[in-house]
Design a protein around this ligand. Structure first.
Ligand code: UT7
Length: 324
């Protein structure tokens, strides 16, 4: 017998306010056509004044707990992926823990920027497989609108706010690739590429929050190079092949990156869950947001092989293979 982490429920939350490309084009030198052609993005959700990452995370968590049919008292651990925490400390995870009324267990944040949800999923899976937790709430939540330079057209049109969450639950399998749950995880990072994607502030450097800075075309090249290879690596580790994938749920940074990755895996586009058009890049939130959408509309069903993949600042990248 092998202990696995199954997805017992998922949920999401998007702020009410939708900002279209045309609205941005009124303020900066850009156009709807440029943004759609280069990224696939049509609109994004932006958090209201005063709405914090923990507020988004709490709403997504409540949705996921309801979907799983359990209460906060059943949760042993919260692992929250974010690059836009409410405060430098304590972790946003502990703020969500308190808001859920959860008084036991442990809660902490994971920082891997856009790969954060894959990292957090891997961390949670390890705790479950070691028997240290039975039910783990894994959250990806971001308010990237707070770290954007709204005068920099090369970055501000790309991102949005949102949150998604899953409940991972321990369950015994037979150790084969037909088991339900997480079958493999692969994580990578390469700190040499700091200058290609970073925030130019922080408590120990500038004592300020800073703004996101990115060399987009360079990041693009690394993303298309790394994403297909990490998916293949995770599929190998799970004893599966690209042909076995029912749904690719990628980090939603750019439609062209997603399509190129699928082409490299020789997958047809109709097996990709694509939300970048209406969510834009929500960093660590993009995968659980897309996953929840595909589960709720009936695309992802029991027995499906679902592959999560992401790449982000650090650089960090990773993939997880899950049998639904
Ligand atoms: O989630 C973390 C990982 N992040 C990513 O994966 C992002 C990866 N990068 C990308 O998605 C793309 O590189 C971008 C969408 C950021 C940019 O697309 P691109 O096709 O690489 O365009 P580019 O940066 O090469 O810019 C082409 C032109 C430039 O003008 P010139 O120099 O050719 O005259 C830019 O100044 O487009 C110009 N440009 C814009 N024009 C209108 C850049 N941003 C804009 C804009 N509106 N918003």
């Amino acid at each position: 017998m092998v202990r696995r982490s199954i997805v017992a429920g998922c949920g999401s939350y998007l702020p009410e306010r939708i900002v279209t490309n045309d609205e941005l084009a009124k303020k900066i030198d850009t156009s709807h056509d440029w943004i759609v052609q280069r990224t696939g993005i049509h609109s994004r959700h932006i958090a209201a004044d005063g709405q914090k990452t923990s507020d988004l995370a709490l709403a997504a968590s409540q949705d996921a707990l309801q979907d799983a049919g359990i209460g906060a008292e059943d949760i042993d651990m919260i692992v929250l992926a974010t690059a836009t925490p409410d405060e430098t400390f304590p972790s946003t995870a502990t703020t969500v823990q308190a808001a859920l009324g959860m008084t036991r267990g442990a809660a902490f944040d994971v920082q891997a920027v856009c790969s954060g949800f894959v990292y957090a999923t891997n961390v949670a899976d390890n705790f479950i497989r070691l028997g240290q937790a039975d039910n783990v709430l894994v959250i990806g939540a971001e308010t990237f609108s707070r770290i954007l330079d709204w005068n920099d057209r090369t970055t501000c049109v790309l991102f949005g706010d949102g949150a998604g969450a899953v409940v991972l639950q321990g369950q015994d399998g037979d150790g084969s690739s037909t088991d339900r749950g997480i079958l493999s995880n692969c994580l990578h990072s390469d700190g040499q590429h700091h200058d290609l994607l970073y925030v130019d502030g922080g408590p120990s450097s500038t004592q300020s929050v800073g703004f996101l800075r990115m060399e987009g075309p360079e990041v693009f090249k690394h993303a298309v190079r790394n994403l297909a290879s990490v998916c293949s690596e995770a599929l190998d580790a799970a004893g599966l092949a690209a042909d076995d994938i029912n749904w690719l749920v990628p980090h939603q940074a750019n439609q062209r990156i997603i399509s190129t990755t699928a082409r490299k895996l020789k997958m047809s586009e109709d097996k990709i869950v694509m939300t970048v058009d209406h969510h834009a890049n929500t960093s660590a939130a993009s995968i659980p947001l897309a996953l929840t959408e595909a589960v709720r509309d009936g695309r992802v069903t029991a027995g499906d092989v679902v592959v999560l993949e992401a790449m982000g600042g650090g650089f960090t990248w990773g993939a997880s293979v899950i049998r639904w």
